[in-house]
Design a protein around this ligand. Structure first.
Ligand SMILES: O=C(O)CCC(=O)C(=O)O
Length: 222
C-alpha cells in the first residue's frame, strides 16, 4: 500500500485519500472555521491563512496521526508542517480558484499541500480540478492577468494548459488530496448555493534547506 502511494504521487503529483478524516472531525473543523471567520474580514478572497495559530483544533489537525502517516509515505520521516488556511466558496465568494502551481508562492524546496474537504465538493459547488502529472513539467510562467480582485495573483495562461488532461476531484466530507507544489490545479466556481469549505495544510521535507519563511511562524515538526 505505502509504496503505491509514493509511486502514484511521483507519477501523478497527487494522491486522494478517502475518509482520511472522519465526518465528525471534518464537521468540527468546518464549524471552527466558520466561528473564526465570523471574527475576521477576509474581503472577497475566501482565504484565511494561519488557522493553527488561531485555534488549537487546527494545530491538532495539522499533526493528525493518519495524515502524518500518509505524508511520511510520500515525503520521508522528517516532515515539517508550515502553514494552513481555509478556502471557502459560498454565496458571497462564488468564483473558482484560477489555474496555478503553488511553487511561486513558496519557492525553495518543494512543498506538499493537503486539501481537506470540510464539505462534500462537486463540480457545481467548486471541487478541485487538476492536471495529473503536470508537476513533471516543472515550473511554468504564470503570465495570466489577475486584476479581478479575487486573490491568487499567480495564474497560468490558458494556452499553457492542455484542457483535455484536466480531471475533476470530487470529494466527500473528510477526504483529503495530497498534491505537489508544481501540480496545475484550480477549482470550479460555486454555482450551487451550497457552501464549499476546504482546509489546506502545507508541509515540507525537514531535510531540505529553505529560507526562513516569514509566513511559517507556526511551523513545527510532525
Ligand atoms: O480550494 C480551492 O478552491 C483551491 C485553492 C488553491 O488552489 C490554493 O489555495 O492553492
Amino acid at each position: 500500500m505505502s509504496n503505491l502511494i509514493k509511486e502514484k504521487f511521483a507519477q501523478e503529483g497527487y494522491v486522494v485519500i478517502n475518509n482520511l478524516f472522519s465526518i465528525q472531525e471534518a464537521q468540527a473543523y468546518n464549524e471552527e472555521c466558520k466561528r473564526i471567520l465570523e471574527t475576521k474580514d477576509v474581503g472577497k478572497s475566501g482565504v484565511l491563512v494561519g488557522l493553527s495559530i488561531l485555534s488549537p483544533l487546527f494545530k491538532e489537525a495539522a499533526a493528525h496521526p493518519r495524515l502524518v502517516a500518509s505524508l511520511k509515505e510520500i515525503i520521508g520521516d522528517h516532515v515539517i508542517f508550515l502553514s494552513d488556511k481555509v478556502v471557502f466558496k459560498n454565496a458571497a465568494t462564488d468564483f473558482g480558484s484560477p489555474w496555478h502551481q503553488d511553487y511561486p508562492y513558496w519557492k525553495g524546496s518543494h512543498k506538499y499541500s493537503v486539501w481537506i474537504a470540510l464539505d462534500e465538493a462537486t463540480p457545481s459547488n467548486g471541487c478541485l480540478r487538476i492536471v495529473p502529472g503536470s508537476h513533471l513539467q516543472g515550473f511554468v510562467s504564470h503570465g495570466a492577468e489577475a486584476t479581478d480582485g479575487n486573490g491568487f495573483v499567480n495564474r497560468i495562461r490558458t494556452e499553457d494548459l492542455d484542457s483535455s488532461k484536466i480531471i475533476d476531484l470530487e470529494a466527500s466530507q473528510g477526504d483529503a488530496i495530497i498534491f505537489h507544489d508544481l501540480l496545475f490545479h484550480a477549482s470550479y466556481p460555486n454555482v450551487s448555493g451550497k457552501d464549499r469549505w476546504a482546509l489546506i495544510s502545507t508541509y515540507k521535507d525537514g531535510t531540505q534547506e529553505d529560507p526562513e519563511y516569514e509566513w511559517a511562524g507556526a511551523a513545527f515538526s510532525v
